[in-house]
Design a protein around this ligand. Structure first.
Ligand SMILES: Cc1cc2nc3c(=O)[nH]c(=O)nc-3n(C[C@H](O)[C@H](O)[C@H](O)COP(=O)(O)OP(=O)(O)OC[C@H]3O[C@@H](n4cnc5c(N)ncnc54)[C@H](O)[C@@H]3O)c2cc1C
Length: 307
């Protein structure tokens, strides 16, 4: 029987592990399909407080893990595939093996949707990004492309005009899912150019290890051409990792956990932390802050129950 099981070893899960470990609760962290979370696939992080020179994403999450281990946090490879939260102790199936826990912190993140282009994954952190707030700063006076037709694509494109020489929105249709106000704002921004009815076929240049351009295709004319690009931002949404909890935790229409105040979910003893609940800020520091909140709530819950 575990006191605290934490799902996810990104900033939220690792911070929750530091706090619950220091509280003497011997947390067990399952690392899931992406140990270290989203920061493990990026390069430089310049906006996490405490690192004036910046720090590499994988190093930052590895440091957090080490910090939790120092106080007794345990980390295991494994993914929670099924859960029974109908009564306490909660039961979790980790790759088919069931275990029990008094409290659960769900810090399983929301994975960015990618285009699945042949070279996309190889160039993440080297010109390919899913986060304008995180990476816009690296593209001062550069050519930027944003892929998508929803509110987040419009928001990212508008934000990126602060940095880029120009920003081109590429969208596969000529109608947009974005709300009128967001679309109007983007359409009235003189730095934004538009390529509609157009898809990206590939990214270049893996040999140089950095994005230099894209191959585009116009779906109406069939024209294929190459265009220079420095920063390639994919803004086609995120998928919250909440599949094992469907029908048990309150989720919104996209699958994000609905908060019941603080770090609480609709089930007493189950807490949320990080991007799995936060569809707005989605930053390393906010995920860490949420991990701290979830840990403190779990600790108080256990204390009140006499553990
Ligand atoms: C390319 C890129 C660059 C970024 N750069 C920055 C930046 O410079 N600054 C910044 O502040 N933010 C940045 N971000 C955003 C930041 O990475 C996220 O906001 C942050 O990682 C969210 O942390 P999290 O712990 O909530 O989730 P995640 O980091 O997504 O971690 C989720 C964890 O849950 C695990 N998991 C998922 N499902 C299960 C399951 N069923 N069972 C067990 N484990 C599971 C995963 O394996 C993973 O370990 C960037 C994101 C990306 C993609």
């Amino acid at each position: 029987m575990h006191n605290v099981v934490i799902l996810g070893s990104g900033c939220a899960g690792n911070t929750a592990a530091i706090y619950t470990a220091r509280a003497g609760l011997n947390p067990l962290v399952f690392e899931g399909h992406e140990p270290g979370g989203q920061l493990s696939i990026t390069t430089e992080v310049e906006n996490f407080p405490g690192f004036p020179e910046g720090i590499m994403g994988p190093e930052l999450v590895a440091n957090m893990k080490k910090q939790a281990e120092r106080f007794g946090g345990q980390f295991k490879y494994g993914t929670v595939v099924e859960a029974d939260l109908s009564k306490r102790p909660f039961r979790l199936s980790v790759d088919g093996e069931w275990l029990e826990t008094r409290t659960l912190i769900v810090a399983s993140g929301a994975s960015a949707r990618w285009l699945n282009l042949p070279n996309e994954q190889k160039l993440i952190g080297h010109g390919v990004s899913s986060c304008a707030t995180c990476d816009g700063f690296f593209y001062r006076d550069k050519q930027i492309m944003v892929i998508g037709g929803g509110d987040s694509a419009m928001e990212e494109a508008n934000f990126l005009t602060r940095f880029g020489r120009d920003v081109t929105i590429v969208h596969r249709r000529d109608t947009f899912r974005a709300s009128k106000i967001m679309l109007d704002r983007a359409q009235n921004n003189p730095k934004i150019k538009w390529l509609t009815n157009t898809v990206v076929e590939d990214l270049h240049d893996v040999e140089q290890g950095v994005v230099t351009g894209v191959t585009l295709k116009n779906l109406q004319t069939g024209d294929v051409w190459r265009q220079d690009v420095d920063g390639f931002f994919v803004a086609i949404g995120h998928i919250p990792n909440t599949k094992p909890f469907v029908g048990q935790l309150d989720l919104d229409e996209d699958g994000y956990i609905i908060s019941h105040g603080g770090a609480r979910t609709n089930i007493r003893g189950v807490f949320h932390a990080g991007d799995v609940q936060d569809r707005i800020y989605r930053q390393a520091i906010t995920a860490s802050g949420a991990g701290c909140m979830a840990a403190m709530e779990a600790e108080r819950f256990l204390e009140a129950e006499g553990h």
